[in-house]
Design a protein around this ligand. Sequence first.
Ligand code: ADA
Length: 557
Amino acid sequence: MKNRHIDLLDGMWDFVFLGETEAPESLDPTEISYNDRMPVPSAYDAYPRYAGVRGTAVYRTFFTTPPKQSGFLRFSGTGMWNRIFVDGVELKTFSLPYTPIDLPFPASEQSKRELVVINDNRFDAQRVPLQEYYYDFYAYGGIYRSVEVHLPPPLYITEARVNPVDLSSGDVDVILWVNDKTQTSLSLDVWVDENQNAQHEVVLTEGVGTFRFNIPSPKLWTAETPHLYQISLQTEQDAWDTRIGFREITVEDGQIQINGTPVKLLGYCHHEAHPQFGPALSIQTHVQDLQLMKDMGCNFIRGSHYPMDPAFLDLCDELGFYVFQESLGWGNREKNFSNEDFHQSQLEQTRKMIRSSWNHACVIIWGYLNEGASNEEFSGPLYRELYELCKQEDPTRPATYASMYPFEDLFFEHCDLISINNYPGWYAQLDKVRPLDEIDALFDKIFIHLEKAGLSHKPFIISEIGAGAIYGWRDPLKAHWSEEYQLDYLDTICKRVVEDQRINGVALWQFCDGRTYSSAQALQRPRAFNNKGTFDEYRRPKMSYAAVKKYFTSFKG
Ligand code: ADA
């Protein structure tokens, strides 16, 4: 078996923070003086020396290639705006926070290669159309996920979708793309779990080819039995590797089914966030988070509000979680929808998200535009285009968006399941003496409305609901912000979810507390944190943990 040559560039890089430079677009990478060192991956503005700064930072490292060897760099996640140079030559300027991106670089006579990243973390509608200052989670800068150098041969597979199409026969359909569009065929061997499976002569048209192979009597993948197959597509000089799970998602008659069996999705919205490291979470933190969720009986994670780290998705494949993977957006309004750069960036990042996470068995739902203006006609074109894009890129998975308008939403026909964010009893009527009563009342009203609107055939999930609690704040009066109020709140909602068949799932808001904006916007956010976590930011459980665990672990379907 061969492997593609991949070097991980993670480690200490040269670094300098230049502050509020006027034009990072015209900085010359050869004229930078570095005065510090910085780990990659990490968010530099989470470290004490640069905490909270906004401006331009420059990173540099070196890597080696054999002379005359080209390749590509894979950035798994960066914030918020970047210009990338290899040997002084600009490869690309881009701003797609949290989104994996591959950048081909040219060959050189030299084997020592210089990589420079000019990175800017300022809010700017032109440079960074996807990220607004008011999003309710802190927007960090830097290279916060891994960077790899891939050194493939001259003809190589750039991407492949490996789709188990038949759970009983074990047929797997593959569509693959190669870098050279003039090639008309590709010979390859398929390996499954270290065993040679079959040889194929794949016909290529415009650099794209398809073929089918078979894994007899496959073991099925579910969150409870996360069986994975290691697949390697081996050409004469190269290997393209992935893992797949045999599972099928269907949405029918108001149900979400996995492998033909209806499931109730029980879990959390999960930010990649830590008070010391921002969005740069280690594999250790990922595993801790996932173990805590397993312990509570969760089978579901909504990756809010951006594509999750590929390393996190690998773990969800392996440990067994159903994931709602969504692209970056938060409460976008007319200003954004009327901005062509925002529109195009939404489409681009959603496409990249789907392509880079297509083979993950854990991903069962695509999402976009969290709490956008789905009650306004002006946002219709983008909602429709994003839905169509999801269906074109992937007809095998449902697509949806978290709506905050259960009664006024205009686009429920453009989604496969209805996802509602709401906070009855938290952002409650001020004169309500028993705000918790709002919870059941709201869902009763929503179901009457959906029935009248002829939408009862669509599965329904609560994509957010929750209440804030300050860790350790106990109060016999059970007031807002006390652990007691949050406990009663989550008890009420979890009971309703497990008992009501019309609710196909819940992603509680949220797994753990997370840092948010630090301006006067934080007046509703004590400590400048969103405090609705069942755990605090250091993953210490609040009282509500027991309620969630009680209902989720005892749910039998
Ligand atoms: C919204 C939003 C979340 C969070 C939440 C809250 O639903 O999608 O990101 O801000 O509200 O805590 O109010």
